[in-house]
Design a protein around this ligand. Sequence first.
Ligand code: GDP
Length: 458
Amino acid sequence: METPLIVIAGRPNVGKSSLFNRLVGRRQALVADQPGLTRDRQEATAVLGGRLVRIADTAGLEEAPPESLSGRMRAGAASSLEQADLIVFVVDARAGILPPDAHFGAWLRRLGRPVLLVANKTEGRAGYNNALDAYSLGLGEPLSVSAEHGEGLSHLMSTIAEMLPPAPEAPEGTDDEAAGAEGDDATKPLRLVVLGRPNAGKSTLVNRLLGENRMLTGPEPGITRDAITLPMRDVDGREFQLVDTAGLRRRARVQDEVEKLSTGATINAMRFAEVVVLVVDAVDGLHDQDLQIARLVEREGRAMVVALNKWDAVEDRDAARKAVSDRLERSLAQLKGIPVVTLSAMTGANVQKLLPAVRAVHDTWNKRVTTSALNRWFEDAISRHPPPAVQGRRLKLRYVTQANARPPTFVVFGTRAEATPEDYRRYLINALREVFDLPGTPIRLDFRGTVNPFRDKD
Ligand code: GDP
């Protein structure tokens, strides 16, 4: 589901911008304010009542001369109003209901989108009485606030959240539909790239994969001069685009190639790919260069599977498997639980297990966890292991939401949340990974300080 859109509307000078700033909280905005679709509109992302929302302000309209208001209102703001999941219609309770308010109110009623009527500037007794005036608009009970004095805002935020279309919830706490909307579409080819040290067996593996799976067309030019893309389909009919940088490897001398691991072509191929298969020579064991590639994968936010190749030539398999797994866990704190598939590209043994592992880690990389499931976990996680004090003051972490997938990206909000120390961040990431079953993918966790959005001067 798309992030719900809330549009703040009303005639000039009723306080739309102040309300926008209060709702966005400035410091709690997830992304910097984006210049709007028109000059008449700014937009920001915020969390209200635990829901991630987009809030648009039509404040630019305030510059319009009043007599041209309705015309400009239609031209500049109508399109965003038509797309709004909720229109927050603001009137100035001190000034009372003026003809432009009534005019605009009637227009909004005809538009047929959900409207929340807000009477602003209601500080003090007179303000409250004036708010009652707004009933005459025929848009239901006005909600009284004072954007300037910060009154009535928590009630406003929770009312907005209640009026939005329900957030999608999947029973097991994940939301596959939302992921689908963003491009985790099983009909789109899954893009993977095979990387690894020289002689790890990449070419042999690519040839084996092509031999076992149906090539859809011939090789296509790749994303760099040296790479080609190989479209293929696995036994289940899932399409893949396999990036092969073989040309690059053949030309380069071995030393050059090692350097190239962290440069141009490799990084390009990695950016293009969704999943990286790191081929490791099991006889040789895991080298620093392998870890170097894995760290790049983490930095670029890709999912990863290790193909532990030449398994046919390994004598002590238990020891070899353990050595690699231990080193991966120890050295890659940011990318825990990477699936390891032992195989032999040369004989073909176990190669059929590779693509299922790639698909599984790709699903994980696309995974969405619902806000409610996240916050149930979050409460438990912070009560079990409370956030530390920083410079003598306790951190108050309030709630968490998943802002993105590919890779899973979460945002924790709270007072001074941005000061959360590294080891506590690590604790939360590890717990997230375990509880929501997210192995083999980087997890991003951001912290946003808020001016306590749930408590104002109410
Ligand atoms: P690349 O440089 O990573 O592309 O590696 P190649 O695919 O060219 O393979 C390097 C060498 O390892 C070749 O001599 C391959 O025959 C050998 N090789 C590749 N896969 C296997 C395997 O599964 N088992 C064994 N024993 N040798 C392998």
